[in-house]
Design a protein around this ligand. Structure first.
Ligand code: MTE
Length: 323
């Protein structure tokens, strides 16, 4: 495990990646036959535009009504950029996820709600969509790797899922899990990662107005690289908390150990709230590069969402809130 510390200065983006704890990923992927998979699907490194294969039965729900409460301080990121520069380690640890992610089959798609709930249940994503009202929200997204974007997401407040789940008062956290299927996601054959991808939030975070379960972007269902058919978006936290392609919500009284925490706990913690003053152990978090922009801009505490979220953390202190 590579844990060289480089505090207080910007590093090239390719180095500022969670996966950079490992050497020579490309060679490894090749050795695992993922190069062959790319060749077989006809998508090569030179493929320029994302291609999304199957039609989505929920397509008629879009575009959803925009919620005017959430405004941006910067232009919306071009759709082509935010759907072709992604993190989705189930497909690749590089950014060209779109070259691999057509293999993701999003129907049928079952979602389990279990653990400390009145009644555990499993429901198809389209049945879930009948129980909620979709809306569009403009949010900033800040990756721990120091790139950022601004996206019109479509989805529903996480609170609405809690109303369906009916958690017991003993539940303190929601643990979320991504699908596990190495046939559909060749990245899951990378044995050194602690699959499946898991993330968690406290019940008070899940109840926050900003916590958004996302099914679409740019007025359409989510494209494959962005984690369909259901992902989380927590705009005040580093992007790795925004788990993609969720299949399970488990209500629990134990703090969940996430994918990245299991891998490198001193770098990726449970809270991961954005704070420019608390550097990542290997790079500064003071500034960010918006996709499509050449100059860096200052990063905002709580990614600019303090008025919505800061009060939640009043009783909790320390740097671990920001890691
Ligand atoms: N969810 C899963 N299942 N797998 C992943 O690799 N990457 C995370 C997060 N959710 C990831 C995930 C990271 S590090 C980021 S920054 C965001 O997804 C990126 O979302 P985007 O690709 O839609 O921009």
């Amino acid at each position: 495990m590579w844990a060289k510390r480089k505090r207080g200065w910007e590093i090239p983006e390719r180095e500022a990646t969670p996966e950079s704890v490992f050497h020579d990923r490309r060679a490894l992927l090749k050795a695992m036959g993922m190069g062959a998979l790319v060749a077989a699907t006809g998508a090569g490194p030179l493929a320029a535009t994302p291609a999304f294969a199957d039609a989505d039965p929920s397509a008629g729900l879009y575009p959803a009504k925009a919620n005017p409460k959430y405004v941006l301080d910067r232009p919306v990121t071009a759709e082509k950029l935010s759907t072709s520069y992604n993190n989705f380690y189930e497909y690749t640890s590089e950014k060209n996820v779109f070259e691999y992610s057509d293999a993701l089959q999003t129907r049928p798609w079952s979602i389990a709600i279990d653990g400390m709930v009145e009644k555990p249940m499993t429901l198809g994503v389209d049945d879930l969509l009948k129980k909620v009202t979709l809306e569009e929200r403009l949010y900033r997204h800040r990756c721990v790797e120091t790139w950022s974007m601004a996206v019109p997401w479509t989805g529903f407040p996480m609170k609405a899922l809690l109303d369906i789940a009916r958690p017991l008062s003993s539940a303190k956290y929601v643990r979320m899990t991504t699908f596990m299927d190495p046939k559909m996601a060749p990245g899951q054959r990378m044995f050194f990662y602690p699959w499946p991808y898991i993330e968690g939030v406290t019940m008070f975070e899940a109840n926050n107005d900003l916590a958004f379960l996302v099914t679409g972007m740019y007025g359409k269902p989510l494209p494959k690289p962005d984690g369909p058919p259901l992902r989380l978006v927590l705009p005040w936290k580093y992007g790795f908390k925004s788990i993609k392609s969720i299949v399970q919500f488990t209500f629990t009284d134990k703090q969940p150990t996430s994918f990245w925490t299991a891998l490198q706990a001193n770098e990726y913690g449970f809270w991961a709230n954005v704070n420019p003053a608390v550097p990542h152990p290997r790079w500064s978090q003071a500034t960010e590069r918006e996709l499509g922009e050449n100059t860096r801009r200052p990063t905002l505490i709580w990614n600019g969402y303090g008025e919505y979220v800061a009060a939640m953390y009043d009783g909790i202190k320390g740097e671990e809130l920001f890691r």
